[in-house]
Design a protein around this ligand. Structure first.
Ligand code: SF4
Length: 228
């Protein structure tokens, strides 16, 4: 299990809990608006396993939860044994995923080592290769969301409302997935680093907070638990 970075304390990454966030390197997607480009292009650092363990041991009892984010956590071979060690320290555990590996999410659910999952639904299904890179298969993500919908585990679906998503696209997306217990629309922010070829997509005008709220209101018939 590789860890490339830690946010030591966060009030916003695990709903209702004070958590730290651990970032794993590597991703099987290449979203043009990725905010963690160093984690996906190999320019990241690796923290020593001992330094991560020391940190988690020191904060045990002070923080409620640990969020495993990335990058894409389900690509990490040692994920489940690592979660077991985190759980043994008394933490609640949230995993953020792009949803591309439903088999691993199923194993996570079975392990009982995860308390909350956040899964991204990034674009209308047919747009996935254009938004997330060739080979990105929305069918796998839809399987993950379906799995979570059938599980008692709390979860949320998240969409970053990139400039290319308007009312029509969000309506399609809201209909493509089952009604979620929590569906979060995140405001788009221009990433610090992006590929030169993506500049026009990255710099397209994104919606204002008021427009984002209007989009949330619009999709409420299909996603009644939408929030921004
Ligand atoms: S799935 Fe997340 S980490 Fe991977 S490329 Fe997309 S935004 Fe970046």
């Amino acid at each position: 299990m590789n860890i490339s970075g830690i946010v030591k304390s966060s009030l916003i990454d695990y709903p209702g809990l004070i958590s730290c966030v651990l970032f794993v390197p590597g991703c099987n997607y290449n979203c043009f608006y990725c905010h963690n480009r160093s984690l996906i292009d190999g320019s990241h650092i690796l923290l020593t396993p001992q330094s991560v363990t020391d940190f988690l041991q020191k904060r045990a009892g002070l923080l409620d939860g640990v969020v495993i984010s990335g990058g894409e956590p389900t690509l990490q071979g040692g994920l489940i044994p690592f979660l077991k060690r985190v759980r043994d320290l008394g933490y609640r555990i949230k995993v953020d995923t792009n949803g591309s590996r439903p088999d691993i999410v199923a194993a996570l659910l079975e392990s009982g080592l995860c308390d909350y999952v956040a899964v991204d639904y990034k674009a209308p299904a047919e747009w996935y290769p254009a938004i997330c890179g060739q080979g990105a298969d929305a069918g796998q993500v839809l399987k993950t969301i379906q799995l979570l919908s059938e599980s008692p585990l709390p979860f949320e679906v998240r969409t970053t409302v990139i400039p290319q998503l308007g009312r029509e696209e969000l309506t399609r997306m809201a209909k493509e997935i089952p009604a979620s217990p929590r569906y979060v629309l995140n405001r788009y922010r221009v990433p610090d680093r992006y590929l030169p070829a993506d500049e026009s997509k990255v710099l397209e005008r994104a919606c204002s907070p008021e427009e984002l709220q209007a989009l949330a209101d619009w999709i409420t018939p299909w996603q009644p638990n939408v929030t921004i």
